[in-house]
Design a protein around this ligand. Structure first.
Ligand code: FRU
Length: 426
């Protein structure tokens, strides 16, 4: 398996959730769940990479390591505070003992000092209590933390990130099984100028393609309570889009999301080359009108356009590696993307988008991974990003598919029923 070109992967060892996504002093910092000691989930640390453009990543030394008393470093978030960087994350001794801790960095995230009073938030009666996301809430002048607890998201408030007071719990999402994980809560403007709050929740079972999935709800938030308005919807219908969270403190009001491009169902057992795991392509979030209300839309970040090399228009081309494809779709269409020994197909009929990657998954996982994945999708233009190891599809109405591939790209791409424009990306 070749390494992806524009997707973040660990230099070696294991990667899962994005953590501590923050823009600071001109760089995008991505920390992530990491086992530097091997390609399996174990002994969780925070890995660290940073980037000027969200597409080329510099790798840095491991940022946070397990604490002898408090345990492994699970997921969490980061933000600029007190003129430096703060990280708020879960320490986990066993799955049964999870507490929230704080650390500070004065050198742009390279080295971290734990807050002397750690842990800063303990709830002895909550066994699953993890993945805090912090944000400053200007109207009420407080830090707010959203943190998963069983099948609920609890909200806490703090003047200084050290002392936390419970504000409310949100448990009205869906009746899916499995633990809620990795929440995010942020505001976005709608096209009509109204302002909405978005709650993201990852669920480790019952996703749209089976296994892991992330849903969102739109609502209002007063600094204390999240009031949902409208149903829970999937953030992506693809099988490999989990633990998605957004960067804090992004310039220009941007909301940029990274998710883990894997599904827990198979992730631990997929082939590897000393490193395992990848993030999705960075996506800008916005709200768009849809049937029955607003939708959260993902769009590849504009920075990706700088990676465009040779390209062209036409229904047969050989990109020779990663590429971007724009499709203008009027009716049923079919795209075949060549991989070693076969092709991945993307089809649409104006109502459903379907991705069949059965010739690009490991045989021992065919029963789950070879099943075509579908997203409801009105006819319209599509953007397709293909890197070594993944296909991601974005539509203007908010439909999204992300799927990992386990064969190298090879040969032709063919398009029927749509007008195509493509660029090699590198
Ligand atoms: C989500 C998750 C988090 C946890 C982390 C452990 O994928 O299970 O809830 O903090 O991974 O690696």
């Amino acid at each position: 398996m070749r390494r992806p070109v524009f997707h973040l992967t660990p230099p070696a060892g294991w990667m899962n959730d994005p953590n501590g996504l923050v823009w600071h002093a001109g760089r995008w910092h991505a920390f992530y769940q990491h086992n530097p000691g091997g390609p399996g989930w174990a002994d969780m640390h925070w890995g660290h990479a940073s980037s000027l453009d969200l597409c080329h990543w510099d790798h840095h030394p491991v940022a946070l390591a397990p604490d002898p008393a408090l345990g492994m470093v699970f997921s969490g978030s980061a933000a600029q505070a007190e003129g430096r960087l703060a990280a708020l994350f879960t320490h986990c001794v066993l799955q049964q003992h999870q507490v929230q801790s704080l650390a500070w960095s004065d050198d742009g995230g390279l080295t971290w000092r734990p807050e002397p009073g750690n842990p800063v938030l303990v709830e002895p009666d909550l066994p699953d209590f993890r993945d805090p996301k912090i944000a400053w809430h200007p109207p009420t002048g407080a830090w707010v933390m959203a943190v998963a607890a069983g099948q609920s998201i609890r909200l806490y408030r703090s003047p200084d990130l050290r002392q936390w007071t419970f504000a409310s719990a949100f448990a009205d999402g869906s009746d899916l099984p499995g633990a809620w994980e990795c929440p995010d809560l942020f505001a976005l403007p709608a096209p009509d100028g109204s302002r909405w709050w978005v709650m993201l929740v990852s669920v480790d079972q019952g996703g749209p393609s089976g296994g892991s999935g992330t849903w969102y709800r739109l609502g209002q938030f007063d600094g204390f309570t999240f009031d949902p308005l409208g149903p829970a919807r999937w953030l992506s219908h693809g099988p490999d889009h989990y633990a998605g969270v957004t960067f804090s403190d992004a310039p220009g009001g941007r909301r940029v999301l990274l998710a883990w491009l894997r599904n827990w169902r198979e992730a631990r057992d997929l082939p590897h080359a000393g490193w395992r795991g990848a993030m999705t392509a960075p996506a800008e979030l916005s709200l768009v009108p849809g049937e029955g209300g607003l939708r959260l839309r993902q769009t590849p970040v504009a920075e990706l356009q700088a990676l465009r090399g040779v390209g062209g228009a036409g229904d047969r081309f050989e990109p020779g590696g990663p590429f971007e494809l724009h499709l203008t779709v009027g009716g049923p269409f079919r795209v075949e993307i060549g991989v070693v020994g076969g092709a991945v197909t993307l089809t649409g009929d104006g109502q459903t988008l379907r991705l069949d990657r059965s010739s690009a998954v490991p045989a021992r996982h065919a029963a789950t991974m070879a099943v075509p994945v579908e997203a409801p999708c009105a006819a319209g233009d599509l953007v397709v990003l293909v890197d070594h190891g993944s296909v991601e599809v974005f539509d203007a109405g908010g439909a999204h598919l992300a799927a990992s591939l386990w064969r190298d790209l090879a040969g032709l791409v063919t398009v029927q029923g749509a007008t195509a424009r493509w660029w090699a990306l590198g």
